[in-house]
Write a protein that binds this ligand. Sequence first.
Ligand SMILES: Cc1cc2nc3c(=O)[nH]c(=O)nc-3n(C[C@H](O)[C@H](O)[C@H](O)COP(=O)(O)OP(=O)(O)OC[C@H]3O[C@@H](n4cnc5c(N)ncnc54)[C@H](O)[C@@H]3O)c2cc1C
Length: 320
Amino acid sequence: MNFQKNILLKNYSNYKIGGPAKYFIEVTSAEELKEVFRQAPFDAVQGKQDKIAILGGGTNILISDQGFDGLVIHNKIGGIERSEDNVIAGSGVLIKELLDFCIENSLSGLEWAGGLPGTLGGAVRGNAGAFKGETKDNIVEVKSLGLKNNSAMQNEKIRNKKECKFSYRDSIFKSGEASVEFIISVTLNLRPGDKEEIRKSIQQKIDYRNLKHPMNYPNIGSIFKNIPLDSLQKQLQEKFLPYVKTDPFLVVPTTKLLALSGLKGRRCKGAMISDKHPNFIVNVDSASEKDIRALIKIAKETIRKRYGIPLEEEIIYLPR
Ligand SMILES: Cc1cc2nc3c(=O)[nH]c(=O)nc-3n(C[C@H](O)[C@H](O)[C@H](O)COP(=O)(O)OP(=O)(O)OC[C@H]3O[C@@H](n4cnc5c(N)ncnc54)[C@H](O)[C@@H]3O)c2cc1C
């Protein structure tokens, strides 16, 4: 197996940020992944789950300037096939590829994901959502592999939707008992639809994103989760009522709070709180992880002081 050494992770990050991985390997199939677990030959990794990290599209992850002192597995497990009413796709399939497949095969149900970057595996783990839809809406079952070396074969699991314990930007694979598992493939429930309607609906979401998001700079999407309306005191609920949106339940958009707090355009060296969409912190000029973290800290402190609301990151840190 081709275990590479000292591979610069910024080249695999949508942020263009991140130091080297001690070891790095790309997997294109479940079989290869099992082989990686069997063969990972170095003391630094064997048996230590915190020394193994999974990288999908790198669109939701802030990687340390120091890199990762372990093995990074870059997921390229592809393949999309139809099985009766369902579609089974490899976890490394990009959402864009999946949507192209849906259009090609006149399959409806995933239109909400138009313009969502990253892989299917990443979307399942974080229950990615947009435009009132969430990844969980389309899930039948998820196949995963435990990240325990030598016993990888015994650790293959199939969970139905309920067992995946999906909630707002969360699942059993993110914060539950399966957080050390590698999602291999996903069975999705879609329905026949009108090809042109599906294409149009997806394109509308892409156009909306291009209009609203700061796509001219490297970014990893929204930094913070939105704030569930019912988590706020009555007085704040009333104050923010004009901004409330459905995501898929009622939330106060964090971007609004950041804008109201005068944080648009706030900079720390090469990083900037976007003035177009302040829940995005953009890499305007060779930003480091430290610059991004400094702005995250400022945003959290400002919102806590001003409104008493604790912001919670939606993004993932590597290492955690
Ligand atoms: C411009 C832009 C817009 C965005 N808009 C949205 C949005 O509307 N809604 C939304 O929810 N998100 C959004 N995001 C965030 C991001 O695109 C999603 O969270 C996406 O699903 C992440 O997928 P990924 O493959 O890039 O994951 P990565 O960033 O590579 O990884 C994220 C986490 O998932 C883990 N992971 C990845 N693959 C697997 C796997 N196969 N098995 C187990 N764990 C895995 C990684 O270890 C890491 O912890 C946006 C990002 C950008 C850049």
